[in-house]
Design a protein around this ligand. Structure first.
Ligand code: P6P
Length: 331
């Protein structure tokens, strides 16, 4: 019934959430409030990103995150802002973040949800003014309300996500969201401070002419992936790689295409993180009619074993992924 709830382009995110909430008889409003909290934090980050060069907060903060990557100051700012918004919003009992090794307990022990987040993915692009993104994934907790969240709340598996989304800080700032009833896109109107529904039902074209991968790593890729890419080039497809997953994914979502991050010598398990990059993007891709796999199986079926585990990622137009899978990707 909900999928038929044709909401008019131009309504605000708040109105959209409220109208869909009334369509969910059992929805009690916490998830709606959680989504509002995420949107609020993204508005603050959007402002910080747009002012970064002016406030001299670009450049590395000197501190390293759990990945051992040099943290950009905006990474730190984004992490703090999202954690604070979710803590103050009261709907989230715990968070895992690319920027923190351990579970972050918000103190809201009676809250029903947990969030896995990459606060600012592609942050190495900040200093060169290239689009960056926030990726988030939401689960209903499995531990008893009132208790302290545990690893089990975060290792439920990709199909247990109740919502997922990303914010792309690009030529415009957009929020793309799924709660399991399709994918909707909202464009941020800075003059109003509101996200406005711009794409009520995003569907990925089943095939495309774009492949996105770091060509510099091709020699490391499994042979079937190299063969697939050679075929793409023989067919004169377009190579587009921004180096920012959210930006590459979003372009392929709209135009059709495939993003690949196979195992490499430097990242034999793949580079991208399962819980806060691969799972949410795979949920969104499938809800838009696309596919996501790790070379052996559907991303959402990959068993979670640790908070920051990596996975190979092949994601995008269904026909392109099916063709790749037909080549038994990882040899
Ligand atoms: P490489 C950014 O660091 C990121 O996590 C993704 O956003 C992006 O697609 C990928 O890594 C880029 O990695 O190894 O090609 O620079």
């Amino acid at each position: 019934a909900l999928a038929n709830l044709a909401l008019p382009v131009g309504i605000t995110l708040d109105r959209y959430i409220m109208q869909r909430q009334t369509a969910f008889p059992y929805a009690t409003g916490e998830l709606s409030q959680l989504l509002r909290d995420m949107a609020l934090a993204s508005k603050i980050i959007n402002r910080e990103i747009n002012r970064a060069g002016l406030m001299d907060i670009t450049g590395s903060a000197g501190s390293d995150n759990v990945q051992g990557e040099t943290q950009q100051k905006l990474d730190v700012v984004a992490n703090i802002r999202f954690i604070r918004a979710l803590k103050n919003g009261g709907e989230v009992c715990a968070i895992i973040s690319e920027e923190d090794e351990d579970i972050i307990h918000t103190g809201n022990v009676n809250a029903k949800y947990v969030v896995a987040i990459d606060p600012l993915d592609g942050s190495s692009n900040i200093d060169v003014n290239v689009s960056i993104g926030t990726i988030f994934s939401i689960y209903r907790r499995v531990t008893p309300v009132g208790s302290k969240a545990t690893l089990a709340d975060f290792l439920q598996g990709g199909d247990q996500q109740v919502a997922a989304g990303y914010i792309l800080y690009g030529s415009s700032t957009i929020l793309v969201l799924t709660t399991g009833e399709g994918v909707s896109g909202f464009t941020y109107d800075t003059s109003l401070g509101e996200y406005i529904l711009s794409q009520p039902s995003l569907k990925q074209p089943p095939t495309g002419q774009i492949f996105s991968c770091n060509d510099g790593n091709v020699a490391d890729y499994p042979a079937p992936v190299q063969t697939y890419l050679q075929r793409c080039k023989q067919q004169r497809m377009t190579g587009r790689y921004i180096g920012s997953l959210v930006a590459d994914f979003h372009r392929n979502l709209i135009k059709g295409g495939i993003y690949l991050y196979p195992p490499t010598a430097r990242s034999p398990q793949g580079k991208l993180r399962l819980l806060y990059e691969c799972y949410p993007m795979a949920f969104i891709a499938e809800q838009a009619g696309g596919r996501a796999c790790d070379g052996e199986q559907r991303i959402l079926d990959v068993a979670p074993t640790s908070l920051h585990q990596r996975s190979p990622l092949f994601i995008g137009s269904s026909n392109m992924i099916d063709q790749l899978n037909g080549m038994s990707l990882n040899g």
